[in-house]
Design a protein around this ligand. Sequence first.
Ligand SMILES: Cc1cc2nc3c(=O)[nH]c(=O)nc-3n(C[C@H](O)[C@H](O)[C@H](O)COP(=O)(O)O)c2cc1C
Length: 353
Amino acid sequence: MNVFCVRLGLSVPLIQAPMAGVSTPALAVAVSEAGALGSFAAATLTQPAALAQQLAALAAATDRPINVNLFCHAPSPADPAHDAQWLTYLTPFFTSLHSTPPPQLQEVYPSFRANEALLDVLVQARPQVISFHFGLPTTAQLTALRTTGAVLLACVTTLAEAQAAEAAGVDMLVAQGVEAGGHRGTFDPTVEPNIATLDLTRQLVPQTRLPVIAAGGLMDGADLAAALRAGAVAGQLGTAFAACPESAASPAYRAALLHQPPLPTALTTVISGRPARGLVNRFMQEVDQPGRPPVATYSRAYLAGKALVAAAQQAGEPGFAVQWAGTGVGRARALPAAELVRTLAAELQQALA
Ligand SMILES: Cc1cc2nc3c(=O)[nH]c(=O)nc-3n(C[C@H](O)[C@H](O)[C@H](O)COP(=O)(O)O)c2cc1C
């Protein structure tokens, strides 16, 4: 039993990653009830009443800890000229799908840093674990969250980000390597550190006093064992849980996750304005061309990205669908979440024996 499991009362050193749009409250509850830590992706809930309702429903469903995940990017102010340049570039893609781009852009997922009403909800609801992606909350928000006694996790992709998170007073680090599915947690989205999960874990462990959780490309108990041997206290797995029946993945997304031979993944910024890894699709191949203008900032670009995906779907063109996944996707399993947790725990035991 390590510090992570003891602090949270877990029997498996494992977090089901928060996955906006893919993870569900049912997935989080099933994982936490099975002895690991389930996560609730709260970043898409920007209305305090909606967040309060979801947190109350989770608390009613289980007394096990659940991680509540927030996006902490620098708020993206309106930049009409930049937005217009991006929309002009996208126009022919919309036209080819018999559609038109949105007239203007706005943030789809405003940052927690700019939403004090959500802070009040969290302070009231007192979730046992809170995690931050894309950066850190403000100093005042961190101070308020610390008073709740929640374990605070920050996703980092470099040593410099880890040092900033440690100095800010978080409790544990999620070391996200370049293999990871979904959005990179990089604080500065214009720089891709490109460090692999176990390399980053080995780099961070001797340089910080905080426990390190490895994330990115971990799919089975042997991967989890490798992360623990690299010095991590746990692994955070996203893609491995995306194919569980409790996830919100569409049937096409599920089939793509389970496709053999595995489908290739790539990092792209053109869909949302921040680097993210997903299964290679027409959106990446056709929009992410050399010589394209700079992508509008996150999450303004995501408004256009979501509109283009919707236009493609309307036109009966499935190739633009966004299917975030990590490099380990070829080993995803369609097991119910509790069974996947038990399987991972047994594989871990075997790998460590
Ligand atoms: C579909 C999907 C959505 C994701 N959404 C989020 C999110 O909302 N918040 C977050 O902190 N991380 C998110 N991530 C990243 C995960 O936290 C984690 O770093 C990643 O899943 C680990 O890599 P793996 O997918 O190879 O296991 C997402 C990942 C995926 C695959």
